[in-house]
Design a protein around this ligand. Sequence first.
Ligand SMILES: *[C@@H]1O[C@H](CO)[C@@H](O)[C@H](O)[C@H]1NC(C)=O
Ligand SMILES: *[C@@H]1O[C@H](CO)[C@@H](O)[C@H](O)[C@H]1NC(C)=O
Ligand SMILES: *[C@@H]1O[C@H](CO)[C@@H](O)[C@H](O)[C@H]1NC(C)=O
Ligand SMILES: *[C@@H]1O[C@H](CO)[C@@H](O)[C@H](O)[C@H]1NC(C)=O
Ligand SMILES: *[C@@H]1O[C@H](CO)[C@@H](O)[C@H](O)[C@H]1NC(C)=O
Ligand SMILES: *[C@H]1O[C@@H](CO)[C@H](O)[C@@H](O)[C@@H]1NC(C)=O
Length: 715
Amino acid sequence: MADLRFDGRVVVVTGAGAGLGRAYALLFGSRGAKVVVNDLGGGRHGDGSSSKAADSVVDEIKRNGGIAVADYNSVVDGDKVIKTALDNFGRIDVLINNAGILRDKSFVRISDQDWDLVHNVHLKGSFKATQAAFPVFKKQGYGRIVMTSSNSGLYGNFGQANYSAAKMGLVGLASTVAIEGAKSNIHCNVIVPTAASRLTEDILPPDLYAELKPELIAPVVAYLCHESCEENGSIIESAAGWAGKCTIVRAKGNLLRSKISDIVTVENVRDSWEKVTDITGAERLASIQEATGQLMSDLERLSNPTGPEGGSDGNTFSFTSKDAILYALGVGASTGATNELKFLYENHEDFQVLPTYYVQPALMAVMMSRTTTDAVPGKTIGLEQVLHGEQYIEVCGEVPTEGNLVSKVSVEEVLDKGSGAAIVSKIETFNESGDLVLVNQTVTFAVKAGNFGGPRNGVKIIPTQPKPNRRPDASLSQKTSVDQAALYRLSGDTNPLHIDPNMAGIMGYDRPILHGLCSLGFSVRLVLRQFANNDATLFRACKLRFVKPVFPGETLRVDMWRENNRIHFETVVAETGVTVISGAYVDLKSVMQPLANKLSASNLKSDAVFEFIIDQVKADPNKAKSVGGVFLYNITKDGKQAKQWTMDLKNAKVYNGKPEGKPNTTLTISDEDFMLLSEGKLNPQTAFMKGKLKVTGNVMLAQKLAPLLKANAKL
Ligand SMILES: *[C@@H]1O[C@H](CO)[C@@H](O)[C@H](O)[C@H]1NC(C)=O
Ligand SMILES: *[C@@H]1O[C@H](CO)[C@@H](O)[C@H](O)[C@H]1NC(C)=O
Ligand SMILES: *[C@@H]1O[C@H](CO)[C@@H](O)[C@H](O)[C@H]1NC(C)=O
Ligand SMILES: *[C@@H]1O[C@H](CO)[C@@H](O)[C@H](O)[C@H]1NC(C)=O
Ligand SMILES: *[C@@H]1O[C@H](CO)[C@@H](O)[C@H](O)[C@H]1NC(C)=O
Ligand SMILES: *[C@H]1O[C@@H](CO)[C@H](O)[C@@H](O)[C@@H]1NC(C)=O
């Protein structure tokens, strides 16, 4: 591979008059960079100033054929240091914050002045120089920053309290600069060098001191600053020709109470202390979001103490008709829709529970059961890592509309998908007599839990199915309410991600998202509407994959393809065209064909009239042809386009959907008014005058339609 060069790059090294800084400056200079050699020229104690130190390094770089200028400013005036770079070279690409001073005294003897001086040079100096360089980096979309920390900061060191504090301060500064710069390709890392320098010469034993050559550390710093290095926000320790990453880890920890309503006593803390401080299996957390998320999942576990703890002992789930109705409302069932009252009214002669209901109450239990969180060997999976990936549900017996069901959760297999682990859990549900009535399989995806050496492809996992390669046989749409998630969560999944904007923000969303299982409930209900005449007892099984989140208020469009008793479907957010559920199907015991099996948007009363017209036109094509012209009927429901019918009377064809060419006349009318019109209860002229009937195109032609419609008055 090619040498790593810095041609054209401008590198500022603070405190570059000697030691590490000098080694960095020389290395960058020898690799084509234009170097700003900053040094106050002070002695080891940072007092007094002369230009000698910086000048001699600049001379050395130039002697070796490199390009460099000296800068004598204190880093506390960081902007002046950066200005030197811009004035001389017109840009800056790399900033090495290396300048430092020592003021060794035992903690109690540190004077305010020592404290301030040490902080000024190390912490404030790095802050000032970085702050001055940052806008330039941001504008050019490139920058590399190195902060210099110390073992004294990471581990503490006798007599260096002020220095330790400042050095650890730099770690915090770097972590945040790395986050703020990430979008602009600005990387910021921390080097923790142990080098022989004028700062350490009389602190370390001479034999060790001899191996601590700055030249052995400089390549590590140079690599961190190369454009090809992706490291960002890291702490790299290096000494004597060795380098290693340091990181902060957090123990698994322990809950100090067993119920959310309990208080925590000092004794609880004492009794848990061993677990609190046990760092076996401690993990590095990549971000504050991850840290908070894990905490949230522990809290969730506290608030849902009934979750199944083991695989074998059953989990009883009791429900009443009221629960099932609340769920039906949560997934958009409406008294305003044809034939959905039976999901909403317990005294309905045909009261039914939507089959997807039975998946819902236990999903959280699955996600939080120990069988899931401990599914991957050696890793504890936090709730914030877990995504509901796929769901399968199959009805094998008769499911009661209220009562008790007992479910058993077991992990069938855990797949290693590299980026994460796919946990395949089987849930068997038994009725009160112990008969198996439902089987379901949940695939949860645990982000970042992969690479544990498990199988990639499963044998137990029930596969999703690709959609047929043709236009959908039917599509139904329904808008979710802005309060859909607020309503749905009352059925049991109270994860704050779906209601609390702050939590949604922490999880990386603009606003709370709808529950995946809510989109599932919507979709299956619309499939039942289209192909089962809303008869939930025709439902046999369903499988689907969750692809993207839905935001409450968006419209879900379910595209459906029928293949015998299997209805393939895909759910799309109508407003954005984003697919949210894919690879999905519902298996029905039998299909009940809706009136018009072409593209239809809902069961409209006007469907029957058009079916009638179809028959009539077939019976007497010439009568239709005598009218001629192509009419497009735009039938609306609740003010929105619900369905379109074409009456191509020129060719005596009437069908659901749009005509191929442009219609001569387009008529827009609500389903209800169309009925009144066809029943002769509404006069077309009156409807037109009152704005109930909108006609565009050839208005005169529309009048010829009257006889055809009147003929249906008997309907
Ligand atoms: C002040 O900071 C310096 C940093 O070099 C440290 O060595 C010294 O011990 C500190 N002074 C005291 C009194 O801690
Ligand atoms: C650092 O930058 C990388 C891109 O190279 C990014 O993925 C990463 O999140 C950044 N790190 C931090 C701490 O922001
Ligand atoms: C699905 O799983 C949960 C898990 O316990 C259970 O409560 C629910 O009744 C199950 N449904 C089916 C269809 O097995
Ligand atoms: C309908 O429109 C077509 C062109 O789009 C035209 O050729 C035809 O004459 C029109 N029919 C009537 C009855 O106006
Ligand atoms: C059908 O009616 C709806 C509601 O009035 C309207 O938004 C839509 O544009 C109409 N479509 C056509 C093709 O005229
Ligand atoms: C479980 O419940 C008993 C008693 O209510 C019924 O007799 C069984 O038919 C039922 N089993 C199934 C598989 O539905």
